[in-house]
Design a protein around this ligand. Sequence first.
Ligand code: SAH
Ligand code: SF4
Length: 391
Amino acid sequence: MTPVIEQTARTATAEAGVRESLAGLGREALRDRLAQAGVPERQLRMRVNQLWGWLYVRGATSFDVMTDVAKELRTNLGARYSLDRPRIVSEQVSVDGTRKWLLRLADGKDVETVYIPEEDRGTLCISSQVGCTLNCTFCHTGTQRLVRNLTAAEIVGQILLARDRIGDWPGAEPDDPTGLPSGERKITNVVLMGMGEPLYNFETVREACAIAADGEGLSISKRRITLSTSGIVPEIPRWGEEAGTMLAISLHAVRDELRDELVPINRKWPIADLLDACRAYPGLSNAKRITFEYVMLKDVNDSIADAKALVKLLAKIPAKINLIPFNPWPGAPYECSDWEQIERFAEVVNRAGYASPVRSPRGRDIMAACGQLKSASLKQRASERLGEARA
Ligand code: SAH
Ligand code: SF4
């Protein structure tokens, strides 16, 4: 067992539901909330811009620090609204510096957010839904029934909260410096690879990405935001046109028969349709490639014949291939491929011209790796219910 440092983090000041939080809202919503607070029409634009800078450039967590906003308005805003982030239930820091936060939303639902630091970059993996309606057989999240879509504020809130915790605001310090990248910005990339199928929460995820990418705010460029989908084919070109982030496809199999089993949405939109949608992805070029994710399942999809079929399948698409060692979870019906087999598979992929494709598992000791996300509190509540039913 690898040791885990567990910490109980600060909890948000106000109890959920008392005052609405403005943290994570877009410009239109902020405008609306300011108008509700009595800010005159002619001032709205200027006030939204002020708030925007405080929220998304400086990471303000209180109205008091907003020195260019009149005291009276600050007091008024503070009485109506908060700047709370989702509440942290637990924070775990892996020996490799990976951090996982279990977050409780205003209605008591939980989601997880994971931060993966590397030498020269830091990737934040965020959730788009509580649970997931799809049932990919190798995915832990898929075993949890869908509770609901996240709001844009809850999606952006995950970025704000992570930046709070790792001290990624101007002049801030991290609570725990373990493994942080050396550059000035600690979160350089965002991936929608946490809980949920982001294309099933399309409009909201699109809005959240626009807030994150805003050059006068969080400034995480769309080239550094990657949406991962299991293959909701009709939404793929639309996502490219309307949001234009980088795209990752959870492929995992090269034959429909097997993909039908692993990623059941394949029965609706099979591999050929999926790849057609990929070829039509707006802006696709050698400089802007699609990432194909391929989870390595022992004796299921990891043969050399599969590797050859994979490179053949993707031959005409500007692509990157990410081989993901399967991350086990309790009761999972698969095993991770042997390391030698992953290497043999990778060699075929490498020879076809794809560079360093194996994604090293991060944060396994804290169940923060891909597909391991499933909030313990939900499981706990389920067992409580079971207990009640038995009593
Ligand atoms: N629903 C979206 C995004 C979230 S899943 C999607 O499926 O793409 C993010 C990635 O983790 C996907 O590629 C998914 O297939 C992969 N994944 C899920 N469970 C995994 C596991 N147990 N081990 C390794 N990767 C897993
Ligand atoms: Fe949902 Fe993605 Fe997991 Fe499939 S792999 S169940 S789409 S979160």
